[in-house]
Design a protein around this ligand. Structure first.
Ligand code: AHG
Ligand code: MN
Ligand code: MN
Length: 285
């Protein structure tokens, strides 16, 4: 549903900003709101879903917490990632993280579990084709939407990220505000024949990194000491996918998946990708 809305966005006149900001002080696009409503409607009717939490909502939504022996889950998502790319028909995506609902304690605390406890994670990339990449903790699967039949067809079983790859992906416009170690790494990469690639949509940048290798960076900056990306519904699901594919995902001070979250929308620096390339960044840090 989201893919088809995005493909028709210019025709349906649903491009552009809605005129107010989300809880993070970011301008909401009309399609951010549409994608969020689609996900809430679809997940809301599922008996297995106890709690949903979205980039576009201030607090988690508690749907059902009764435990009649059934397993229930928390689903956290970024309904539309990279939404500033919409106006230029660039790649955008949806990212999701699935945690087990833990009865006892305040229900909203159930979403604040370290990423290592995710039971599933994935993204959908609305690019030149619609690609669905997911894991439930035993490898990474990749599917492509066949619009002719309306189904996702598996194109890769147990996807593996290359161990190395001479590509770095960062917003170099922020370079002067990066900590010294990141600037040293960029100098090193540039003097060793690396290419730079940056879409500005995490889903598209991580997807390329998974398939072609390299490293994706969103470092801390002077203005944003914790970086920009959100731990619970951007960094954690991507970290699980990358690790499941044989790569690494770090904050610069440790493994992303080991971070104990404190708030729903907290941010975290991200260094993820091919194991050898992440190690090289960490050496410079
Ligand atoms: P969102 O559209 O969900 O707010 O996320 C945008 C994020 C992410 O997709 C991307 O990696 C990053 O913002 C790009 O940020 P810069 O424009 O600062 O490079
Ligand atoms: Mn995002
Ligand atoms: Mn978003």
């Amino acid at each position: 549903m989201i893919a088809s809305q995005i493909r028709r966005a210019r025709l349906e006149d649903v491009l552009g900003a809605i005129g107010h900001e989300n809880v993070q002080g970011e301008e909401q696009q009309k399609l951010d709101v549409i994608a969020n409503e689609i996900l809430l409607a679809c997940l809301g009717s599922r008996s297995g879903v106890a709690i949903v939490a979205s980039e576009e909502g201030e607090e988690p939504m508690i749907l059902r917490t009764e435990t009649d022996g059934a397993k229930r889950y928390c689903v956290l998502f970024d309904p539309l990632d990279g939404s500033s790319n919409l106006d230029v028909a660039g790649g955008v995506g949806t990212i999701f993280s699935i945690l087990r609902y833990e009865p006892g304690g305040a229900p909203e605390q159930s979403v604040l579990q370290p990423g290592a406890r995710q039971v599933g994670a994935g993204y959908i990339l609305y690019g030149s084709s619609t690609v669905f990449v997911s894991t439930t903790g035993s490898g990474v699967q990749m599917f492509v939407l066949d619009p002719a039949v309306g189904a996702f067809l598996r194109v890769e079983e147990n996807l593996r990220i290359p161990a190395s790859g001479k590509i770095y992906s960062a917003n170099e416009g922020n370079r002067a505000a990066f900590p010294q170690g990141y600037r040293d790494y960029l100098d090193w990469a540039q003097s060793h024949g690396y290419s730079g690639r940056y879409v500005g949509a995490m889903v598209a940048d991580v997807h390329r990194t998974l398939l072609k290798g390299g490293v994706f960076l969103y470092p801390p900056t002077e203005k944003a000491p914790a970086g920009k990306l959100r731990l619970l519904y951007e960094a954690n699901p991507m970290a699980m996918l990358v690790e499941q594919a044989g790569g690494r995902a770090e904050t610069g001070e440790g493994r992303i998946l080991d971070v104990q979250p404190e708030t729903l929308h907290q941010r975290i620096p991200v260094v993820l990708g091919s194991a050898d390339e992440v190690a090289r960044v960490l050496e410079h840090l």
